[in-house]
Every structure is written in C-alpha cells, then in structure tokens.
Design a protein around this ligand. Structure first.
Ligand code: ADP
Length: 188
C-alpha cells in the first residue's frame, strides 16, 4: 500500500505502509528515547536490522553529551540498513496534549529535517514518532508530522526531494493518507 502526493514541483510525500527498516532511503528517522538506550517498537526493529554498529555510535554520543532532550534528535550511521543515516528523534510521552507535547513532537520532525539538510539527504523516512508506547494519539501526531514536513519541503533551500511516511498497519496508513489528502493534491 502506497500513495504519493506532490508538495511542490519535483518534491513528493510518499505514504507507504510497512516496516521502515525495509524501505531504502538516504536517512531513516527513528523513535528513540531520551537515554538513547534502545527499546522496543520501531527502535528495536531499527537496531535489529541495522546491527550493533548503530548502538556503538550511540554509546559514543552518550559518553559525549549524556543523552538527547525530548524534541531533539541525534544522527548516526545506518549500519546494515538500506540507508546512510539514522536520526534518533526523542518524541514526547503523551500526557494530555497540554504539557508541550505538540511543540515537542513538531520539534522532532524539524530537527530530523535539519539534520537531513546538513547531510545533503534527498530521501528521508519517518515512523509515527511517539504513537506507540509513548501514547500520542495517532491522528493528532499525524497532523503535526504532515504539517512540519510540508512546511519544510516548501523551503526552496532544502535538498529533500522525497519524504516517506511509513505507518505500521492498515489503520495507521488510512489516517496518514486521509491527512495528506486533506492538505495536498495526489500525484498518482
Ligand atoms: P514511541 O515510544 O515513540 O511511541 P514506538 O516504537 O513504541 O515509539 O512506536 C512508534 C510507532 O512505530 C508506532 O505507531 C508503531 O506502530 C510503529 N512501528 C513499530 N515498528 C515499526 C516498524 N518496523 N516500521 C515502522 N513503524 C513501526
């Protein structure tokens, strides 16, 4: 299942259901935790598929800067994943949406997009950050993700040509497509 949308000439958002570790891109965003310590969910899948090299790099970053604040992201290589970079973004734990969660989640996407442009990334994939164990309501999180990516791709200085949302499961896919449809023309 996949659906493509045009954001501006030559730039697209693809919504593609499935396992993010199987989608070839320049950079994969990961839903990490503040300790950068590895976890379950998409983070576990990324470390399993990428191999131990990614955690070795995170150990080094932890030694240097401790961890990563909520709303931030740090970059490593991608080990055996079909990518060059992984951006480990720390999404907020959802309480009620009135404790800064929307801004923190938006910040995750912006940090990943900034890291991407610093590295001349042309294609980047995103899981639904914070919507698993961290409990962020999927629809609200997706509105933020789609809004931030569209805003970034509207900047002509960005080198990103394609952003790929990789929701896990049909229900999540339907939500992403609906929200992209509401904000963008479909390109095919
Ligand atoms: P968080 O702690 O940020 O909530 P999770 O990993 O628990 O992170 O969940 C984030 C989202 O990632 C969830 O919507 C979950 O369904 C999805 N997910 C889990 N595994 C994968 C995968 N292999 N590829 C893409 N998305 C995944």
């Amino acid at each position: 299942m996949a659906m493509e949308f045009t954001t501006s000439p030559g730039r697209t958002i693809l919504v593609r259901e499935g396992d993010i570790t199987r989608v070839p891109v320049d950079a994969i965003a990961n839903a990490a935790n503040a300790a950068l310590a590895g976890g379950g969910g998409v983070d576990g899948a990324i470390h399993r598929a990428g191999g131990p090299e990614i955690m070795r790099e995170l150990d080094e970053i932890r030694r240097r800067i401790g961890g990563c604040p909520t709303g931030g992201a740090v970059a490593t290589g991608a080990g055996r994943l079909p990518a060059q970079h992984v951006f480990h973004a720390v999404g907020p734990v959802y309480r009620d949406g009135r404790h800064g969660e929307p801004e923190q989640l938006a910040s995750c996407y912006r940090r990943c997009l900034a890291l991407a442009d610093e590295r001349q990334v042309r294609t980047i994939s995103f899981p639904a950050i914070s919507t698993g164990v961290y409990g962020y309501p999927l629809r609200e999180a997706t509105e933020i993700a789609v809004r931030e990516v569209i805003a970034h791709l509207a900047n002509p200085a960005s080198g990103i040509q394609k952003a790929i949302f990789v929701p896990f499961g049909q229900q999540a896919y339907d939500v992403y497509v609906e929200i992209c449809r509401a904000n963008l023309p479909a390109s095919r």
